[in-house]
Design a protein around this ligand. Structure first.
Ligand SMILES: Nc1ncnc2c1ncn2[C@@H]1O[C@H](COP(=O)(O)OP(=O)(O)OP(=O)(O)O)[C@@H](O)[C@H]1O
Length: 305
């Protein structure tokens, strides 16, 4: 398979760029010739992926974290269609959060990533599509690989992404989480699942999950499968800071789905709207807010496993 690596040199705190000579040497040893490009900023991985597919590359491999995976997946599509439905998505995980790779039990070892790239095993991979309102108030659509969520999860991601990183990555994330949770109140939304009757409800957060983890390791959707053509929809209500701190074990190991404050269903589409400002997060980025429509594209691309 002709392979192209989309490399985010800034991922893993810039270590990917600094260690590139060593990484690329190992890639060559294991898979032979490959093409590659460095991303130069936000959304650049979309362009690199589209160009590589147009050049006939059959396996596009993200070298980075969840943000890079999201952009590469977006590059698999143009004008609402997969550019090459037979093309495969590969991953050399380099990020800090790594929620996408956790669904597959993949670690950060380069050797295991290269073994996947060298092998010819792929499996169908469902892709999420979110239509929403961006921060300029304009309608926008974006694909996602792992999870789209709204409510406190998106508020935290927004706080961390726009907040000061003066404390350093992990501390900023922790501080953003505590600050947001401490002042959070459930928001009122109207939710319509698979075209059914709209239901009004108060929610802490709702996650439409293809993969299983978000928020750097919270197992929000423990039964989600990335090739079953469905989202696992997790609805949290009345969650407080204490649930995320004192009872956090259940949030991290998936037991929360047995709590009375959690609802867990499967669906293919959902619509959500609110009279309040409710941010929408996908794969860790916060490109906009409700109202949104989220749908699944079953087996839209193939994944190297
Ligand atoms: N050259 C660049 N300079 C600055 N930002 C970049 C550059 N290339 C890519 N980016 C941005 O970096 C963001 C984060 O990258 P990525 O998710 O790969 O790494 P990470 O933050 O280390 O990992 P994770 O998201 O898993 O925590 C991406 O959304 C991307 O738009």
């Amino acid at each position: 398979m002709k392979t192209f690596l989309v490399v985010n040199p800034r991922s893993a705190g810039g270590e990917t760029g600094r260690r590139w000579a060593e990484i690329s040497g190992q890639v060559t040893r294991v898979i032979g010739d490959f093409g590659f490009g460095f991303t130069e900023g936000v959304m650049d991985a979309v362009r690199l992926t589209r160009d590589a597919l147009a050049d006939g590359y059959e396996c596009i491999t993200a070298v980075g974290g969840d943000g890079t995976v999201n952009e590469v997946v977006n590059g698999f599509f143009a004008d609402g269609k997969a550019i090459n439905p037979q093309a495969a998505l590969g991953l050399i995980p380099r990020g800090t959060g790594g929620d996408f790779r956790r669904a597959f039990g993949w670690d950060l070892e380069l050797d295991s990533a290269l073994a996947r790239l060298r092998g010819d095993k792929t499996e169908p991979f469902d892709v999420g599509l979110a239509e929403y309102v961006n921060h300029e108030g304009k309608p926008e659509a974006r694909y996602f690989a792992n999870i789209a969520s709204f409510g406190v999860s998106a508020a935290i991601a927004h706080e961390v992404n726009v907040g000061s990183k003066a404390l350093g990555g992990n501390l900023s994330f922790l501080w953003g989480t505590v600050k947001t949770l401490a002042k959070h109140k459930d928001v009122q939304v109207r939710l319509q699942v698979d075209g059914g009757e709209p239901e009004a409800m108060g929610i802490t957060a709702i996650a439409a999950a293809n993969g299983r983890y978000f928020g750097s390791g919270m197992c929000v959707a423990p039964k989600a499968v990335t090739h079953d053509g469905r989202f696992d929809l997790t609805l949290w209500r009345d969650y407080t800071l204490a649930d995320f701190v004192i009872k956090s074990k259940g949030v991290y190991n998936g037991d929360h789905i047995t709590w009375t404050k959690t609802r867990y269903i499967q669906c293919q589409t959902l619509r959500a709207e609110s009279d309040e400002q409710v941010f929408l997060e996908m794969d860790g980025e916060v490109p906009g807010r409700l109202p949104c429509r989220i749908s699944i594209l079953p087996g839209a691309i193939r994944l190297k496993v």
